[in-house]
Design a protein around this ligand. Structure first.
Ligand code: ATP
Length: 376
């Protein structure tokens, strides 16, 4: 990712300690984050976590109860939407049905005192950008959902705002169109270099499109990081669970380097802020990180965290299979491993087969056990 290689760009949008209440319900609790110039940031979280409320606060459609928002160095905390500098696209395309594609795109330009010829030139440019040059005369009902959403994007981009806000812009589209438009949106954003914030509840979408992801839960920011960071080094059990698949099993710390899971002693890579001996924790590993011996010549020599298991259910997923692995140390839920078809075939992964797996030290993560009612 381009951003990682170069020095970080300056913060363009700065949200500082923002809280928002609706009656006695707190939708945002002390949210702070920044979005760098040209960056594509996704707000990701389950329904009701506050991501739309945060986007609306940035747009001025909702005003926070406390905290500040700065854009390009300007304090916009109390400004109405029309005095802020953004374009927005919603989940429902919200095009004007009685205006043509051209007129829809021109809409935001017409009250700006531009000459007609300049408006026409800008609309042509945008029609080319979204690859709809031949469709300018059509009405929204005459084009597909994906095309309508491209028009909505062009309309948002038309006045060249400093910031684009996208509220679940792809979620009303069917799967194939959504994937296509996702790639297109990413390319377009990178080409234009426009700072972009997108709300989504779809982890795959966020992982594939964002430079950085803000993971939210119950009005709180759980983690901000690149897709790789939130996937490889989730900051909490919530993040680990929400992004990607993860096995979780309860354990008790023996010392900072070892955890007891059932009758297994698992060796950990020492983590910063290690857990104290005797502490109850949750041990986590991703299904693709479970190494099946026989599949990997290296692993044959490994004895650390080697576990003898029995294959339970085997689930076919197209390019991959997912196998449930049974062991008394995982009584509540079997350990799930994901492996490629080729490897699964070579290993004859069938129910009842016994084999050894390795839980690689560097792939095991340990989290503080969540308290029963989901509190932090
Ligand atoms: P979704 O994907 O379902 O829209 P979200 O993460 O975007 O979820 P928000 O729309 O930000 O969530 O809502 C956060 C919480 O605030 C929800 O519990 C919602 O019911 C509540 N909420 C949002 N707007 C209002 C409002 N105008 N009045 C009362 N409660 C609200």
């Amino acid at each position: 990712r381009g951003l990682a290689a170069s020095a970080p760009r300056p913060a363009y949008l700065v949200v500082n300690d923002v809280s928002k209440r609706f009656g006695d319900f707190t939708a945002l609790k002390n949210v702070s984050l920044d979005v760098r110039e040209g960056e594509f940031v996704c707000f990701l979280g389950p329904s009701g976590c506050g991501k739309t409320t945060l986007l609306r606060a940035i747009a001025g459609l909702d005003i926070q109860n406390s905290g500040t928002i700065h854009q390009a160095g300007r304090d916009i905390s109390a400004l109405p939407p029309e005095e802020r500098d953004f374009g927005i696209v919603f989940q429902s395309y919200a095009l004007f049905p009685n205006l043509s594609v051209r007129q829809n795109i021109a809409f935001g330009l017409e009250n700006r005192g531009l000459k007609r010829a300049d408006v026409a030139a800008r609309v042509d440019e945008l029609l080319h950008l979204i690859d709809l040059a031949a469709h300018g005369h059509k009405y929204p009902s005459q084009i597909s959902g994906g095309q309508q959403q491209r028009v909505a994007l062009a309309r948002a981009l038309a006045p060249s705002p400093g910031l684009i806000l996208l509220d679940e812009p792809l979620s009303a589209l069917d799967a194939k169109v959504r994937l296509h438009l996702r790639a297109e949106l990413k390319q377009l954003q990178a080409r234009l270099g426009v700072t972009t914030v997108m709300v989504t509840h779809d982890q795959d979408e966020a992982l594939s499109i964002a430079d950085r992801i803000v993971v939210m839960n119950m009005g709180v920011v759980e983690q901000v990081g690149t897709p790789q960071e939130v996937y490889d080094a989730p900051a909490s059990q919530f993040v680990a669970d929400f992004i990607g698949a993860m096995n979780f099993v309860e354990g008790v710390m023996l010392n900072p380097d070892e955890v007891m899971v059932g009758d297994l002693t698992l060796v950990l890579r020492r983590q910063a802020g290690a857990h104290a001996a005797g502490e109850r924790v949750v041990v986590a590993i991703r299904p693709e990180d479970v190494r099946i011996l026989g599949a990997d010549a290296h692993a044959e020599w490994e004895h650390v965290n080697r576990v003898a298991v029995e294959v339970g259910a085997v689930e076919f997923l197209g390019s991959h299979i997912r196998a449930s692995l049974l062991h008394p140390a995982f009584p509540a839920k079997p350990l799930v491993a994901q492996l490629s078809q080729t490897v699964a075939r070579a290993l004859q992964m069938v129910p009842g087969r016994r084999l050894d797996v390795v839980l690689p030290t560097e792939r095991l993560r340990v989290f503080e056990a969540l308290r029963p009612h989901g509190g932090h």
